[in-house]
Ligand binder design. Sequence first.
Ligand code: SF4
Length: 395
Amino acid sequence: MPVDRVTSVIFRKGLDLKHAVAGMLAESYHSDLVDRIKADDFTYRSGRLTVRLAREFGFCYGVDRAVDYAYQTRKRFPDRPVFLTGEIIHNPHVNDQLRAMGIGFLSDPGESIERLGKDDVVILPAFGVTVAMLQQLERRGCTLIDTTCGSVLNVWKNVRRYAEGGFTAVIHGKVWHEETQATASHAVTYGGRYVVVLDDRETGMVCDYIRGGGEREAFLARFGKAASAGFDPDRDLGRIGLANQTTMLMSESLAIGEMLKAAMMDRYGEAALAEHFQAFDTICSATQDRQDAVVAMLADAPPDLMIVIGGYNSSNTYNLARICAQRCPTFHIADPNCLVSAATIRYRPVGAKEETLTEGWLSPAGPITVGLTSGASTPDNLVGAAVERLAGFCA
Ligand code: SF4
């Protein structure tokens, strides 16, 4: 079927319906209990239970805006098909709510961008989409609601600058994550190259190569799928610029930056460093604030256990759990129903790929302090529900 030659309309600043959807959003995601806990110095007490809430947690500005725009979109286009390219944010509860409002997911089996036309409305998620996907949607003439977070746009801006300056973007991120894929696509679009490193181990391999060690074939075998097409480590690691997926662990990203800088200094000397290495901190402030808040809470006096609420595929939630697990028993749960009973909890241990069921997670008697935080894509009502369940178990 020939594609209609229609120009896409793109909304980037909402649809002037903020007030019209405020009530629905509050009903879906707000928690009076959480408001009361915040007002009470972020502490909840009931019988033998004390819950300490991190001072920064839950919906970040980017997620707040994306969800708001999705509700506005449904309101503005009640009779037109509305789609998300995939999960709008990494929280199953929020995605389910949007499905219940009749919003489709292009990632579902049977759905395809190729079947879309000018009547369709497509919401782009907070973590953005690849340049190729955006062009595909524009070619279909769809109406687009772009909720890409400003902090993600900032990463793209830096990666673009690297590309234009002849620097290869070394992206600290997860190669399968939508945001990192979108960031990588920006490097290529502006004529640049990229390689994605997950952690200090992978960064170490890149550093070895820069210093002149390392096997070319082994490098390509390891990073072939995490680098731009035709990546040549001998050519493309001569000038590098660091970028981060916005939700990585800040301390890890800083360490990775230092490792790369030291390798470039060893190879090219300090005087020539600026010609070969650039770095911009692109961890977003919301991620940073949530990480700082749990670090502060744990430094104060670690609770008996920590509960971290958020989707298992949420990068920032996982990193909060990693920080907590270094100091006390930590349970990363996807939603309050994972708190099955006073005896049983369903959670994903830090570093594991699967959920597990554990008994005896909550001491049956005596005072207990539970620390609580949630990822940037977790609404307050889930935090409130978790507190209520805990209170019930300890009553
Ligand atoms: S985690 Fe940061 S970059 Fe991602 S949507 Fe939230 S504010 Fe934006």
